[in-house]
Design a protein around this ligand. Structure first.
Ligand code: 2HA
Ligand code: ZN
Length: 276
């Protein structure tokens, strides 16, 4: 089977088009990766070239030894993924030490995997362990409202989680574990990857101040839906703060506790503090 005939490639391409349509992927902004199942790898074996050079990942991910990933390419535009997926996407294989990768498909006109490969793979390593292999998608995008909030809210997990939970009743049900925040850092390297993957131990969403967000999930739909829910909530907060700096009414801590009971989720008390 050809890579582009598979359901996982189709899911990747659809997400890229949807993300661009949302306005979250200006120019070459954002990146996306999917960890292939064993069946995925078997099904496309004939379409892969396994004799290329191994290159350094820039991080150590022994928990991903031998795994295959479909990733977006560095400098490639999300809007071009549906038009020329064989140029904008790559399949890579991680070596047995978890330190190097080999390009085995894609990037037809040259290039490298995403500049955020260290963060993607370190997040995958954490989520593979934490979810016993269930999470397979890591998605990074640049939604304007989330980014805007990182200029006016304290860069604290508790503040972002609570404010975004309050903006839409579905939020605590969609991301009950909360949201982490990484202070501004230079992107693209190991340092920001380490910080982000530490947050992925606790949350499925990490905000990068003045830059964007990373989401993790089981499927393309769930991961995109998570980013979409967070950004919609951020948009409501931006509108609310623009109309009035102080809310007249909101969902109170006891409301969240009741919601948690009725919807069968557990909401950590650290987010349900009394506001001054
Ligand atoms: O340009 O979004 O974080 C790709 C990015 C880097
Ligand atoms: Zn980015």
């Amino acid at each position: 089977m050809k890579v582009l005939e598979t359901e996982f490639a189709k899911g990747m391409i659809r997400l890229a088009g949807d993300g661009f349509a949302q306005g979250w992927h200006e120019r070459n902004g954002g990146n996306l990766s999917y960890r292939l199942t064993e069946e995925d790898v078997c099904s496309v074996q004939d379409d892969l070239k396994l004799d290329g050079a191994f290159l350094p990942i820039g991080a150590s991910v022994p928990g991903l030894a031998g795994e295959y990933f479909l990733v977006t390419g560095s400098g490639k535009f999300f809007r071009n993924v549906p038009l020329a997926p064989e140029d904008a996407l790559a399949v890579i294989r991680v070596d047995q030490k978890g330190e190097n990768y080999q390009l085995v498909w894609g990037l037809q006109n040259g290039g490298k995997p995403t500049s955020e490969l260290p963060t993607h793979l370190m997040n995958h390593e954490v989520k593979k362990r934490k979810t016993k292999g269930a999470h397979r998608v890591i998605y990074h995008c640049h939604p304007a409202n989330i980014i805007a909030l990182t200029f006016v809210l304290p860069l604290k997990d508790e503040v972002f989680t609570r404010e975004l939970w309050e903006m839409a009743t579905e939020c605590p049900v969609v991301f009950p574990d909360g949201i982490g925040v990484v202070e501004w850092m230079v992107p693209g390297g190991r340092e920001i990857a380490v910080k982000t993957s530490e947050l992925m131990e606790l949350y499925d969403v990490a905000i990068w101040a003045h830059h964007g967000i990373f989401c993790s999930g089981e499927t393309f739909d769930l991961t995109f839906g998570l980013a979409h829910t967070v950004e919609k909530s951020a948009e409501i907060l931006v509108k609310t703060l623009s109309m009035a700096p102080k809310k007249l009414q909101t969902i109170e801590p006891d409301g969240f506790r009741q919601l948690a009971k009725d919807f069968g989720v557990s909401l950590p008390e650290k987010f349900l503090f009394e506001k001054g």
